[in-house]
Design a protein around this ligand. Structure first.
Ligand code: TYD
Length: 208
């Protein structure tokens, strides 16, 4: 089973991913926790370029770096894990590219979707958890939680308002796969809801 977490910056994806991973491991499953960009050694280098690289990095170059990271990551880490029966829990995947590069940067959602699917050789998540939170609150959390913002985080409120809208639009387009979880609630409630979604999907896959 391949689970991805999506949502704007500062919505709590990585902490909720970690909670799900710990819970699944407790049930005895082999779980691989990973992320994009940067889930591999090469990916770490690409992550550094794309998040802290030159100010004049073009939007198309940015999109291709995310795609290169994805191609390598899926082929070298994610697919082998899925093939041996592990559950993969991943922070961000192709929906981030569609939203940030396709719609945020205006490169075209369909083109970026096609590029991502080509890069990943067709691999789609079984379940995508979309953590939804007002960017005003998310950005506040980021400022208090960490230091310097990266290239994408520092794009300003309007960009991030659009990112949120576009994620919600994707969820309406693919309601079977993408589940919206309201992240503006106590962590406990959010993680209980996520757990329920994962449990339901596990059962569904076991019956299939
Ligand atoms: P992430 O690792 O989630 O950031 P952090 O750990 O700092 O919260 O993602 C880094 C940034 O990369 C984030 O702003 C979203 C962006 N991104 C894209 O623009 N396109 C993509 O395809 C991916 C995977 C991430």
């Amino acid at each position: 089973m391949f689970i991805t977490f999506e949502g704007g910056d500062g919505t709590g994806k990585s902490s909720h991913a970690t909670r799900v991973v710990e819970w699944l491991r407790g049930l005895g499953h082999e779980v691989v926790q990973t992320r994009e960009p940067g889930g591999t050694e090469l990916g770490q280098q690409l992550r550094n370029i794309v998040l802290h690289g030159p100010d004049d990095l073009s939007d198309r170059a940015e999109a291709l770096i995310f795609a290169a990271d994805r191609a390598h990551h899926i082929q070298s880490l994610v697919r082998p894990a899925l093939e041996r029966g592990a559950i993969v829990v991943q922070d961000r995947y192709l929906d981030s590219s569609i939203v940030y590069q396709g719609r945020g940067r205006g490169l075209g959602a369909q083109q970026i979707r096609d590029l991502s699917i080509w890069a990943a050789d067709g691999l789609m998540p079984d379940l995508t958890v979309l953590l939804d939170l007002k960017p005003e609150i998310a950005m506040q959390r980021m400022r208090t939680g960490r230091g310097r913002l990266d290239r994408l985080e520092s794009l300003g409120l309007e960009f991030h308002l659009n990112v949120r809208e576009q994620f919600l639009k994707l969820a309406r387009e693919e309601p079977e796969r993408i589940h919206v979880v309201d992240a503006d609630r106590p962590e406990r409630l959010v993680s209980d809801e996520i757990r329920g979604l994962v449990e339901a999907k596990l059962e569904e896959l076991q019956q299939a």
